[in-house]
Design a protein around this ligand. Structure first.
Ligand code: FAD
Ligand code: MG
Length: 345
């Protein structure tokens, strides 16, 4: 089957515009020395920049990333996730990291009416997104696989996890967010006072940026991912985007199929949203919500946000309109698309 595939690990959904000092705001003599590193893990480039802590802080952060990759990868044979999947129906002892992510996955699944469902993995695999063998499955194949998609059948007892028989899960929708939180924690524990990281487009900052200004982050234009759509300023926050241009293939029918699946029909989510960015305090929470809001579509996403607006959000529709929430600092639209503020009522 002739299929054109794209896995854009180098095209980050969000990116850091100003990691150093801003215009007219020079770091003082007491600013700790900046160190930075790029790591390739979880099939993406991860950049880390911090002030204070030096190479030792970067080493500790890199070690934490590698360890989480080994625990959370759906393809590594002995990871927690692989052991859970190969023992579906039976309890499996897992790490505190896996438990923390699964807890959030179930919570976000409930809160978004199943838009986020980590047991959608057999569908993701059938479309070829984890194997690279891309294909458009038949309706029968999808219907068969969907019978086992239901995160409510995941059981957690103490530190053991079991799936319903026939189920399999994948934490790819939120594992990078958790990794971001852990990298920030590790850098801090190792002497870093401030910094900014980008884990394949999951941007996260901590501490006070040297100089007076905030960190500036750009979000890609889903219609031209090589261009910035907008910029925003953040203090100590996570900015996480799910976009239809990150991992996709073109089928024989000429249609584009992307890696975020709607558990309601087993197909790439096509509810009008082509990019969903969440800005909040926790990388894990933002990552869970970015995938869920992409699936939910504009109206449902706005409804979910209004029911508890503790985070900010930028949605881009397939008709070329931006919706953003009013709490975003320094929002600057460079795209030419119409942008409308979402209000809480
Ligand atoms: P997000 O929107 O955050 O997540 C989308 C991903 O979530 C999809 O790719 C799918 O895996 C899953 N998903 C899709 N729909 C749903 C849904 N409705 N509910 C819940 N989950 C859904 N990629 C490789 O090609 N090779 C690797 O070896 C590899 N190793 C990895 C190891 C780890 C520990 C992690 C976290 C990721 C790894 N990846 C690897 C990447 C992974 O397969 C996903 O592509 C990536 O996590 C997607 O992140 P995102 O930010 O692009 O999209
Ligand atoms: Mg996500």
């Amino acid at each position: 089957m002739k299929i054109k595939a794209f896995s854009s690990f180098s095209l980050c959904a969000a990116m850091i515009i100003s990691a150093g000092s801003g215009c007219g705001a020079k770091p003082s003599d007491t600013t700790p020395e900046a160190v930075s590193r790029t790591v390739f893990a979880m099939d993406t480039y991860m950049s880390i920049k911090c002030y204070g802590g030096g190479e030792a802080a970067l080493d500790a952060a890199e070690e934490r990333i590698r360890s989480l990759e080994g625990t959370l990868s759906v393809t590594a044979e002995n990871s927690d996730v692989s052991r859970i999947n190969s023992n579906a129906g039976k309890p499996v002892e897992v790490s505190a990291d896996t438990l923390a992510i699964l807890g959030k996955a179930v919570d976000a699944g409930e809160r978004t009416g199943g838009a986020l469902d980590v047991t959608a993995y057999p569908l993701v695999r059938e479309w070829g997104f984890t194997t690279g063998e891309y294909k458009v499955p038949s309706q029968e194949e999808l219907a068969g696989l969907m019978k086992n998609v239901d995160f409510r059948r995941i059981t957690v007892e103490g530190s053991s996890v079991s799936l319903g028989s026939g189920q399999a899960l994948d934490l790819g929708a939120l594992a990078k967010g958790y990794t971001g939180d852990e990298v920030v924690k590790t850098l801090r524990e190792n002497g870093a006072e401030a910094g900014i990281i980008s884990l394949g487009g999951n941007v996260q900052s901590f501490g006070k940026k040297p100089g007076a200004s905030e960190w500036t982050v750009a979000v890609r234009d889903p219609f031209s991912p090589e261009k910035d759509m907008c910029t925003l300023n953040i203090g100590e926050k996570a900015v996480v985007t799910s976009g239809n241009y990150e991992r996709f293939f073109t089928g024989e029918d000429g249609k584009t199929y992307w890696h975020i699946i709607d558990p309601a029909d087993g197909c790439p989510a096509d509810n009008g949203v082509i990019s969903a960015t969440i800005i909040g305090d926790s990388g894990l929470d933002c990552d869970a919500l970015s995938t869920a809001m992409f699936v939910a579509g504009t109206e449902k996403a706005a409804e979910i946000w209004r029911s508890d607006p503790y985070f900010d959000m930028i949605l881009v529709t397939d008709t070329g309109k931006i919706y953003y929430t009013g709490g975003i600092s320094g929002f600057r639209n460079m795209s030419g698309m119409e942008a409308e503020v979402l209000s809480v009522d």
